[in-house]
Design a protein around this ligand. Structure first.
Ligand SMILES: Cc1cc2nc3c(=O)[nH]c(=O)nc-3n(C[C@H](O)[C@H](O)[C@H](O)COP(=O)(O)OP(=O)(O)OC[C@H]3O[C@@H](n4cnc5c(N)ncnc54)[C@H](O)[C@@H]3O)c2cc1C
Length: 475
């Protein structure tokens, strides 16, 4: 007999953990299913040579949507360390970010700020369709103003040029920047600590979290969601002559997918939706990427809690550099330090492995210009290239994203940074989308009160007991 839940959430990134925790707080019995070993999705962390590494550079924002979500589920904000200053490196020298302010043209800046302030939701809908350059170039002529606008857009939207960013996303980036001056942080125990903290609520309220449990199908009867089928990977180990996979179904009248929207069609036939909806969802499948490396150091390159933004001359992509262990010594073993250096680049770069390796080498060489001799301090280097966020190009943000409720299928909802929310950057967007989704399901967010565990009874975990489902053989 299949296990029964009030709601199944597919994917344990920030958005999935958020929806799962909010529904749990509202008294629903929730099952959160994650296909990998890690809770946190793209905002996960793991241990490496005694350091805690994020799967790629992750800076959060104080008092934003992520903090609101943590508080909305009744949890304490995880420990973190804050950046204390922001430096820009361009034309071969460092300058403080705030020293650019006097070089800005105040009249032009005022026009930009007014445009940002006056952008109502209706106007934002129009700005979703045009680029930041189209909106702002008629009002911004001063090169320093243009540089600043481009930089803010690039950092928060993860797209190198304002020409490719939706105007609405540039506005959201400006709003984020004005909310978060000097409020960027590093999580003291890795960014995955946020999703872990949020998802704890699920268990406290009597629900379950299963990792390494990929959902293979969303089950629908008469246009109503009835549950999901999970297909656990076959495990290769000495106990089995040939690998055995595990298949089980879970019954639930409510399923929330918290995965990129275009991947939902791997779980439910696109024939269930209108061709217009399918086209809209698939159109969002354009990605931005993050290329960089985590570095274990014998000595830090600098001692300050600095966030450095660099125009690296050879690499040619906006790059950020910081010593995260300066902000959070908890991230590194005693006597060692953690450098994070990464750039925003096109996802298509990843199609050419040789080019990725060349860009990483250019990043290392360029870093030599900022911090001569830095490589002598290195203990290890861990390079990475990852897709970061759905690209907020014109025609792909705001009104172009699907809402939280699936059309045409009762009981199916969506969350994640590819749906609902315009907020930038990604973690903020994912957290906002979780709250939008929970509101759409519950009518309002649950009141924060101590978690109540349902009465103790016989509890069996789906996929763990013989009765929960049938086993299948996989080769
Ligand atoms: C390298 C890198 C750097 C970044 N830097 C920043 C930053 O500095 N600041 C910032 O705000 N944002 C940053 N982001 C973006 C941010 O991490 C994401 O926008 C955010 O975490 C997305 O959360 P999500 O819940 O929408 O999706 P995800 O985190 O992608 O979660 C989806 C989850 O669903 C799981 N899943 C998928 N399919 C299935 C299935 N069939 N069954 C079960 N589970 C499934 C996935 O394994 C995953 O865990 C960065 C991202 C990357 C990759």
């Amino acid at each position: 007999m299949a296990q029964k839940y009030d709601a199944v959430i597919v994917g344990a990134g920030i958005s999935g953990c958020g929806v799962a925790a909010l529904l749990s707080r509202a008294g629903k019995k929730v099952l959160l299913l994650e296909r990998t070993k890690l809770i946190g999705g793209r905002a996960s962390s793991y241990k490496y040579k005694g350091h805690t590494l994020n799967i790629g550079e992750h800076a959060g924002i104080r008092d934003g949507y992520l903090d609101t979500l943590v508080q909305a589920v009744g949890q304490k904000i995880p420990d973190r360390g804050f950046f204390e200053d922001y430096l820009i490196w361009r034309n071969g020298k460092f300058e403080k970010a705030f020293d650019i302010v006097p070089k800005l043209n105040p009249e032009e800046m005022e026009r930009v700020v007014r445009t940002v302030q006056e952008a109502t939701p209706e106007v934002m809908g129009k700005y979703d369709a045009i680029s930041g350059a189209e909106l702002f170039s008629p009002m911004v002529k001063n090169p320093e103003n243009w540089y600043m606008l481009n930089l803010i857009g690039a950092i928060w939207n993860t797209i190198p040029n304002i020409e490719n960013q939706a105007a609405s996303s540039v506005i959201e980036a400006m709003r984020t920047a004005s909310r978060s001056t000097l409020a960027g942080f590093q999580a003291a125990h890795g960014i995955g600590d946020y999703s872990r903290t949020i998802s704890q609520v699920v268990k406290e309220c009597g629900g379950e979290i299963l990792t390494e449990a990929p959902v293979a199908e969303i089950l629908v009867k008469n246009r109503r969601v009835v549950g999901v089928r999970v297909e656990r990977e076959a495990k290769h180990d000495v106990m089995h002559d040939y690998p055995i996979g595990e298949v089980f179904t879970v019954e639930a009248p409510l399923v929330v997918t918290a995965i990129p929207i275009w991947t939902v069609f791997n779980l439910i036939s696109e024939k269930m939706f209108s061709s217009e909806f399918v086209k809209k969802a698939k159109h969002l499948n354009k990605l931005t990427a993050n290329l960089g490396f985590m570095v274990g150091l014998k000595k830090p390159l600098f001692n300050e809690k600095l966030f450095v933004m660099a125009d690296l001359p050879t690499l040619g992509y906006p790059t950020t550099i910081f010593i995260s262990s300066n902000l959070c010594p908890t991230l590194s073993p005693k006597g060692e330090h953690l450098l994070e250096c990464s750039c925003i680049c096109e996802f298509e770069l990843g199609e050419d492995r040789g080019l990725v390796l060349r860009k990483l080498q250019e990043m290392k060489d360029d870093l030599e210009k900022l911090y001569p001799g830095w490589q002598k301090k290195v203990i290890w280097i861990r390079p990475y290239f990852r897709w970061e966020e759905p690209a907020r190009t014109p025609g792909r943000d705001g009104i172009f994203k699907p809402g939280p409720k699936a059309p045409e299928i009762e009981g199916l909802y969506f969350a994640g940074d590819s749906v609902n929310s315009r907020i930038t950057p990604g973690m903020e967007c994912a957290a906002d989308s979780a709250m939008i989704c929970a509101r759409a399901i519950l009518g309002k967010l649950p009141e924060v009160k101590p978690a109540v565990k349902p009465k103790a009874g016989k509890k069996s975990q789906p996929g763990k007991t013989g009765k929960a489902g049938k086993k299948s053989k996989k080769r």
